[in-house]
Structures are given as structure tokens and as C-alpha cells.
Design a protein around this ligand. Structure first.
Ligand SMILES: *[C@@H]1O[C@H](CO)[C@@H](O)[C@H](O)[C@H]1NC(C)=O
Ligand SMILES: *[C@@H]1O[C@H](CO)[C@@H](O)[C@H](O)[C@H]1NC(C)=O
Length: 311
């Protein structure tokens, strides 16, 4: 594979959703696969997308008094180093705003006080650059429903080694993982085909390629999310996506097949999170125009969520 696949490749086969900011280049004219991608894509026309979106609504759990704290999701965000503290904060706070009960951040020591100072609502563990990062993390894994790996990780070698260990430990425990920050060259002539093939090359890991339209593939189907957002893109928007995806993946995997009608839970979760992020962007842009930032978008999560999923 030509592109840098990042840690995602290490966990192929588990319940993993990889987020990309750009797609992989073509690696060979796989015509049969291409044809299949096209026909599947065409099958998901606007009308079908409406019924698929109905299935997304089915994964949203009802708010009931019977549930105890933790059932709507305990989400872990792995990321945050000296240089980057905003990304893990945005991902974790988004997970809470979307409906998780608890959000943990596992970050490098120096990042912890900074992330704590942004919010009293997050539980912050300064373990990622310690000598026992993987062991420390393994203590928490049984209490987590999903992991979001990547926001604000930086490129420090030892940190990334720990992350690889954490991904393997999560896979061993069947904990679903959202991996952020894969990237590679775009093949603009065939974006659907390339996202499909990337998913297959990673062992049918669900892949979300962010862009003008978001493309989502599980190696079999390609869904397009072209829900209206705005022309404003701000740094941190992808972290809102990864945090909400962490929660929705957990919900989707809890949902029985009678409600998902045979669709892949991870595809539905990805469609839900992409739509929500775009709706937040749309609403924030209505109010703030050019000055829209991720903080403005996060403030819209509640109403955007109701508009999309509860009407
Ligand atoms: C459920 O799946 C069947 C068979 O693929 C399809 O005909 C039907 O429209 C689907 N229903 C919904 C609500 O998506
Ligand atoms: C991925 O999905 C494709 C299409 O269904 C299938 O042909 C292929 O064997 C799958 N690969 C893996 C590693 O499961």
C-alpha cells in the first residue's frame, strides 16, 4: 500500500472506524471492484439515503430513568501532547455533548493540566508518555465502551509505540476504536473506488473520508454524506466528528439487527456522526458566519442532534 496507513492497519478486522482527511491513491485498476462500488453507490440514491438515515435514528437510545450512569457510553480519547491539547478536548467534550455519560482523556503528562483547565467535565489521565502507558490503559479498558485514538497525538515515536500497544489491547478486548488522522494522496477521479479499496486493504475497516462530501465505506458499500454544512471549515471540526463517532459506534453496536435492518452498525454510526457534524457547522455558520470556530459548533450539538434525530 502506497499511503501511510498509520496505526489503523494494526487493528484491521476489529470494530474500527478510520477517519481520513484525504483518500488513498489508486493501486491497480481493479475493475470488478470498481463496478461494484459504482452500482452500490448508485443504489444509495437520495431516496435510499432517507431510509438509511431512518436506520441511524434507530440506533439512538431513548433517554429513560431506568438507565444508570455509564450505559449511554463511557468513551476514552487517546491523544494530547505538549503541542496539541485542543484536539483531545474537542473530541471528548463532543462525546459528552452528544450523550456519553463519561469522557476520559488519556494524554501525555504535560498536556493533562491544560486539558483539565479547559473543562471540569472531563476525566484526564496523564499516562500516555509514561513508562507503563499500555498497562495503565489496560486498567481502564474494561470500563470503556469505545476509544477514539488520534486527536492531538503529534508524531513523537515513543508515544506512537504506546498507541500501537493500546490499539492491540483494545482489539484483544473487542473494544470498538475510532482511529483519527490517517492521510494519503487523493484520487479525485475516483473517490468512491479509492475509499472502498482503502477499506478493503485495511481488512474492511470502516473508513470515513472527510471532504466536500464525506464518503463512508465498509469495504462493501460506499455511502455519501452530503448533508448541508457550510463553506467554513475550521480546525477542530474533525475532532467533533471523531468524538461523536465514538459515542454513536457504541450505540450502534448495542442496537439489535431488527432495528438496523441488516445494515452495518459502523456505517450507520459514521453516517450519523458525519451528518451531525455538518448540521452543527451549518447552524454555527448561520450565527457566526466567517468567524465560526469549533467551539461555536460544539455549542450547537444539542439542537443539531434534536433536529436530525428527534423530529
Ligand atoms: C430493509 O431492508 C430491505 C431489504 O434490503 C429493504 O427492502 C427495506 O427498504 C429496508 N428498510 C429500511 C427501513 O431501510
Ligand atoms: C472485505 O469485503 C469484501 C467484499 O465483501 C470481501 O470480498 C473481502 O473478502 C473482505 N475482506 C476481509 C479481510 O474480510
Amino acid at each position: 500500500m502506497a499511503a501511510r496507513a498509520g496505526p489503523g492497519a494494526a487493528v484491521a478486522g476489529a470494530a474500527v472506524v478510520a477517519l481520513l482527511s484525504a483518500a488513498l491513491a489508486l493501486y491497480g485498476p481493479l475493475n470488478a471492484v470498481l463496478q461494484r462500488a459504482r452500482s452500490l453507490h448508485e443504489a444509495h440514491s437520495i431516496k435510499d439515503m432517507d431510509s438509511t438515515f431512518q436506520l441511524v435514528r434507530n440506533i439512538i437510545p431513548a433517554l429513560t430513568a431506568k438507565k444508570h450512569k455509564g450505559q449511554a457510553g463511557r468513551i476514552g480519547v487517546v491523544g494530547g501532547c505538549r503541542e496539541y491539547t485542543g484536539a483531545p478536548y474537542f473530541a471528548a467534550i463532543s462525546a459528552l455533548k452528544v450523550g456519553a455519560d463519561l469522557a476520559h482523556v488519556f494524554c501525555a503528562r504535560e498536556a493533562a493540566p491544560v486539558i483539565k483547565s479547559y473543562s471540569p467535565e472531563l476525566i484526564v489521565h496523564p499516562v500516555l508518555d509514561g513508562p507503563n502507558a499500555v498497562l495503565e490503559m489496560e486498567k481502564w479498558l474494561p470500563r470503556l465502551h469505545a476509544l477514539v485514538v488520534g486527536p492531538g497525538l503529534g508524531r513523537d515515536g515513543p508515544l506512537l509505540d504506546s498507541v500501537k500497544g493500546i490499539l492491540e489491547a483494545s482489539k484483544a478486548r473487542d473494544i470498538p476504536v475510532v482511529v483519527d488522522a490517517l492521510s494519503g494522496p487523493v484520487d479525485s477521479s475516483d473517490p468512491h473506488g479509492s475509499v472502498l479499496r482503502l477499506s478493503q486493504a485495511l481488512g474492511n475497516v470502516t473508513v470515513v473520508q472527510k471532504g466536500e462530501h464525506d464518503l463512508i465505506s465498509d469495504g462493501q458499500q460506499v455511502l455519501t454524506c452530503n448533508h448541508e454544512g457550510s463553506s467554513r471549515r475550521c480546525g477542530g471540526q474533525g475532532d467533533l466528528l471523531s468524538g461523536s463517532l465514538g459515542v454513536m459506534v457504541h450505540w450502534a453496536l448495542l442496537t439489535g439487527p431488527e432495528k438496523t435492518n441488516g445494515s452495518s452498525p459502523l456505517l450507520l454510526a459514521a453516517l450519523g456522526a458525519c451528518s451531525l457534524t455538518r448540521q452543527c457547522n451549518h447552524q454555527a455558520f448561520q450565527k457566526h458566519g466567517r468567524s465560526t470556530t469549533t467551539t461555536d459548533m460544539i455549542a450547537e450539538v444539542g439542537t443539531a442532534f434534536s433536529t436530525l434525530f428527534e423530529t
